[in-house]
Design a protein around this ligand. Structure first.
Ligand SMILES: Nc1ncnc2c1ncn2[C@@H]1O[C@H](COP(=O)(O)OP(=O)(O)OP(=O)(O)O)[C@@H](O)[C@H]1O
Ligand SMILES: [Mg+2]
Length: 551
């Protein structure tokens, strides 16, 4: 047997084991965290991401950056997942989650060097996370849906430092009004259906021209200039079918031998179309939203009947219209009943940024609202949209949970302090892991200070000393460079954002730590995968696809 090599892996497979595997993974995960670190906080910078098609995205949002970066390394991908999960669960805190995950791994690396086994670190981290969530819960304050100003502060905190900076006051109000109008309360529990809030982007004008519409906006104009521009007490028919003559399905040839015959043929067609239009009119509707086409002649008849009609409405808009107006989508005009019609107080065509749009307001269902977002260029509108998206999510989460904590690094410093005390009660090496966890959380206030050009060491010392004195909401005023009471500064965030950061970052750090063997089979493509970080399995090389200068 001796000397006989045994192959258990496919030819070309690469295997990295033990310490190498760990440090390899940790290095990659840290690199990801490092890549988004500079965007954290009100003074964080933005990133410009250019994809292979040359499309440009300018963003500050952790999840978006990591998604666009097209990361290859498997462990690095796990950190990307943390940000993604954070985004799905609460919509904010994605940068924090990635940064904390990276820092947890960095601290773990130090411990591994001190010969502490990764499983001990993992269990220490788990204990610490449990305790951290406990402390966060104890810090939480209650917010009620009726406290509009507090909700506005939550929205403002989420939008600070994002593209919407200059108009964040207005947008925060819009976000709060939008969310509060779609809240559903059953058995004393609030829930927010995000889909009830539509966001319509329109380039042109200024961000300050954005507004909340109680109803729907369809980015289409009425099809005939002779139609009324405004219909009050709108009875709306939602058509899934076209108002035109169907082409015959069999190949038929009609031979016409005289002009009279031609005329009668055309007359007949006209009659048929008239009958279809008659059915629409007969339904009692005065507004038509049609997902398909409406023939010219039919347009003329509809206009003559004083009906407001829009054609080629997007399917998703049709569904939203159905929900908002309480109407049913009609596929067969012969079966329309008055109950199928939807209702809106007003349907009106208005000019927005040079284009005509149809506004449907005073709907049957008051829970349908639309935010009309304006902005000078497409990039402005996009970045305002993503900031607003964060605001909508945090306000919704705050209303659902009714729990808040102060921001600006204050919860992280408080939790770190409590964890240090907790560590002292533990025995053995887990104590070191819990301590490391506490230190790792301080990456948030430290980074907030660094990104604001402040001295991170001074700031952390001041923060710790205030927390030791019992000021639990002491955080960093990054604009003044001082430690202040964040609660009084109206920097507040939903509790769930913070607990989710703890849970998601811990889980992924632990998962990465527990890996001590990487077996990667060769992939066929990807020359850029080669020559990455030395000695790494294929596909693990560097951060393929990242624009230069992103680290
Ligand atoms: N006015 C402020 N003063 C001090 N800190 C603030 C202020 N506004 C927000 N913060 C802090 O900034 C941090 C959030 O920064 P940022 O929004 O850039 O990242 P994130 O929420 O972790 O991720 P993302 O928003 O990209 O999903 C939080 O710790 C928050 O408390
Ligand atoms: Mg944020």
């Amino acid at each position: 047997m001796a000397g006989q090599p045994i192959f258990i892996l496919k030819e070309g497979s690469k295997r990295t084991r033990g310490r190498d595997a760990q440090s390899n993974n940790i290095m990659a995960a840290k690199a990801v965290a490092e890549a988004v670190r500079t965007t954290l906080g009100p003074k964080g910078m933005d990133k410009m991401l250019v994809d292979s098609m040359g499309d440009v995205v300018i963003t500050n949002d952790g999840a978006t950056i990591l998604k666009e970066m097209d990361i290859e390394h498997p462990a690095a991908k796990m950190v990307v997942e943390v940000a993604k999960t954070q985004d799905e669960e609460v919509g904010d805190g994605t940068t924090s989650a990635a940064v904390v995950a990276g820092e947890l791994l960095k601290k773990a690396e130090d411990l591994i060097e001190q010969e502490i086994h990764p499983t001990i670190i993992a269990s220490g981290y788990r204990l610490a996370a449990e305790k951290a969530v406990e402390v966060l819960n104890s810090l939480a304050m209650t917010v009620e849906m009726s406290d509009r100003n507090l909700l506005i502060s939550i929205a403002e905190t989420a939008m600070t430092g994002k593209g919407a900076e200059s108009s964040k006051k207005l947008l925060s109000k819009i976000a709060v009004d939008a969310v509060t109008s779609v809240v559903d309360t059953t058995d004393g529990k609030n829930s927010v259906e995000r889909d009830n809030i539509n966001v319509v982007k329109k380039v042109g004008g200024r961000v300050e021209d954005s507004e909340l519409i109680r109803g729907m906006i369809i980015d289409k104009e009425r099809i005939h200039p002779n139609m009324p521009q405004k219909i009050k007490d709108a009875k709306i028919i939602l058509l899934n079918t076209a108002i035109e003559l169907k082409d015959t399905e069999v190949d038929a040839e009609i031979s016409i031998t005289s002009p009279d015959q031609l005329q009668s043929f055309l007359d007949q067609e006209e009659q048929m179309l008239k009958r279809i239009v008659q059915k629409v009119i007969g339904s009692g509707a005065n507004v038509v939203f049609c997902q398909k086409g409406i023939e010219d002649l039919a347009q003329h008849y509809l206009a003559k009947a004083g009906i407001f009609a829009v054609r080629r409405v997007k399917k998703s808009d049709m569904e939203k219209l159905a929900r908002a107006t309480g109407g049913n989508l009609i596929t067969n005009l012969d079966e329309v009943t008055p109950e199928d019609l939807g209702y809106a107080g007003l349907v009106e065509e208005k000019k927005v940024g040079g284009d005509n749009m149809t506004f449907v307001t005073g709907c049957n269902n008051p829970k349908a609202v639309t935010i009309l977002l304006r902005g000078g260029t497409e990039h402005v509108v996009d970045s305002v949209t993503s900031a607003l998206e964060d605001a909508l999510r945090v306000v919704a989460v705050a209303i659902e949970d009714e729990k808040l904590v102060a921001g600006g690094g204050s919860p992280e410093v408080e939790v770190a302090l409590r964890l240090q005390e907790y560590a002292a009660t533990l025995e053995g090496r887990e104590q070191l892991a819990v301590k490391a966890y506490a230190e790792a959380l301080e990456v948030i206030p430290r980074t907030l200070a660094e990104n604001a050009g402040l001295d991170p060491i001074d700031m952390l010392m001041e923060l710790r000393s205030q927390h030791e004195k019992g000021i639990k909401t002491a955080g960093l005023d990054v604009f003044e460079g001082k430690v202040v009471d964040m609660w009084k500064n109206f920097v507040v965030e939903p509790l769930r954002v913070k607990t989710q950061v703890i849970n998601a970052a811990t889980e992924s750090a632990v998962m990465i730590l527990r890996i001590d063997d990487i077996i990667a089979s060769t992939r066929t493509a990807g020359p850029e995968d080669m020559g990455g970080m030395g000695g790494m399995p294929p596909g693990m090389g560097g951060m393929g696809g990242m624009p230069p200068g992103m680290m």
